[in-house]
Design a protein around this ligand. Structure first.
Ligand SMILES: Cc1ncc(COP(=O)(O)O)c(C=O)c1O
Length: 408
């Protein structure tokens, strides 16, 4: 007799996890108001209101709304004056947008390894990657779990580097009680559908620095400057502006976000407790000074040895078949096709990149081990479920452990 659902046994659950994104009557009314005010783009009061509210939410002085989290990184690089030939240190355990934002600004992503506790960029590895061309560091608060901002800011001070936080997954996360985003010079957010604050697509950049905020706006808005005429363009700035309908949805989303954050934290605590009872699997840790985790993902740290050597990919398949949404997540960024064929793909820019970016020889051993053997994701919407949903996740994992021999 077989037990695992992947072998025909009954799955632990057939009930879906909570759907995401969510909406209610407030969103409908906000969209109708936006429709009726007939100012759907620049000039829409919703955009100004959202920027004000989002800055406040982040504990930052300024927020500039934009099209998405990828453009936000590009805009931030431009605003910070990071460009042709400069090197920017980023982690390899992130979505490709972190690198794309750097490359579209003409700069070169340089990969520093992650630490095994949080899967965030490791300050020690950053130090090893600094060269005279290094201009900025982009910590990514992966999964909503804050990177070591003390360590990173210290290195930045020592070497006079910009810190630009990629907080696409970290709305509301906190480091020493301070919301992430404006701890460095500026920080970027995404409001793409899956994100903890969503308008389908959308982004924002926050900063405490007034001059930086004006430059961010210039590069978001066709090179225009404060006080300038509509047809007056000072910089190579594209149109990366957020629309009014998205801003209207985001304003309502901000009314719900605190309650949702609390729910995710509560469920993550419960899941942590349940996983403590199962050897070889836990949620990733956080630094002591990470005072709030935004849980865009619940990242499981899986140890195949505790599952009779069952490879991570098979564990993920088995868990999915038990009715638990999960994924095996990223490869190290430099392993993707684009970076394997970097010189060929970027041949038009050879003068910029030739000899400076050889991604075939990059090695980040912690990231490679984590991607290959360890990291398994569950999603933020699952953490908005009931306690019994967490019980099901743990039960499915325990079941796979008990019958791991069936899963090979
Ligand atoms: C870490 C990270 N950075 C940047 C982005 C890019 O955001 P967007 O999809 O809004 O362009 C994402 C998400 O998609 C992300 O997860």
């Amino acid at each position: 007799m077989t037990h695992l659902a992947m072998r025909g046994g009954a799955p632990v659950r057939t009930k879906p996890f909570p759907k995401w994104p969510v909406y209610d009557e407030r969103d409908k009314q906000a969209l109708i108001r936006e429709l009726e005010n007939q100012e759907w783009g620049i000039g829409s009061p919703s955009i100004d209101a959202f920027e004000r509210k989002f800055a406040q939410f982040c504990g930052a002085n300024h927020a500039v709304a934009c099209t998405n989290g990828t453009d936000a990184i590009y805009i931030a690089m431009q605003a910070l004056g990071v460009g042709a030939g400069d090197e920017v240190i980023i982690p390899p355990y992130t979505f490709i947008a972190t690198a794309i934002g750097v490359l579209t600004a003409g700069a070169i992503p340089v990969f520093a390894d992650i630490d095994p506790l949080t899967y965030n960029i490791d300050p020690e590895s950053i130090r090893e990657k600094i060269t005279p061309r290094t201009k900025a560091i982009i910590p990514v608060h992966i999964a909503g779990n804050p990177a070591d901002m003390d360590g990173i800011m210290q290195i930045a001070r020592e070497h006079n580097l910009h810190v630009m936080e990629d907080a696409a997954q970290a709305h509301g996360a906190e480091w020493r009680g301070r919301r992430v985003g404006a701890i460095g010079r500026c920080g970027t957010f995404s409001f793409q559908t899956s994100k903890n604050l969503s308008s389908g697509e959308g982004g924002a950049i926050v900063t405490d620095d007034e001059e930086c905020s004006e430059r961010l706006r210039t590069f978001t808005n066709c090179g225009r400057v404060k006080g300038g005429l509509w047809y007056e363009h000072h910089e190579l700035g594209g149109n990366h502006r957020l629309g009014g309908f998205q801003a209207a949805l985001l304003c309502v989303g901000l009314e719900r976000i605190e309650e949702q954050m609390k729910k995710r934290e509560e469920n993550a605590r419960r899941l942590t407790g349940l996983l403590n009872e199962i050897p070889g699997v836990s949620l990733t840790g956080s630094y002591e000074n990470a005072t709030r985790h935004a849980y865009h993902l619940g990242v499981l740290r899986y140890n195949p040895e505790a599952f009779q050597g069952l490879p991570k990919k098979r564990f993920v398949e088995a868990l999915q078949k038990e009715g638990v949404d999960c994924a095996d997540g990223y490869l190290p960024l430099y392993r993707y096709h684009f970076f394997r064929h970097f010189q060929e793909k970027m041949s038009a820019y050879h003068e910029l990149y030739a000899g400076k970016a050889d991604y075939d020889s990059v090695q980040c051993p912690v990231c490679e081990r984590v991607c290959e053997n360890e990291s398994v994701w569950i999603f933020q919407n699952m953490l908005l479920g009931e306690k019994s949903d967490m019980d099901d996740v743990a039960e499915a994992i325990r079941k796979i452990q008990n019958y791991a021999d069936e899963a090979f």
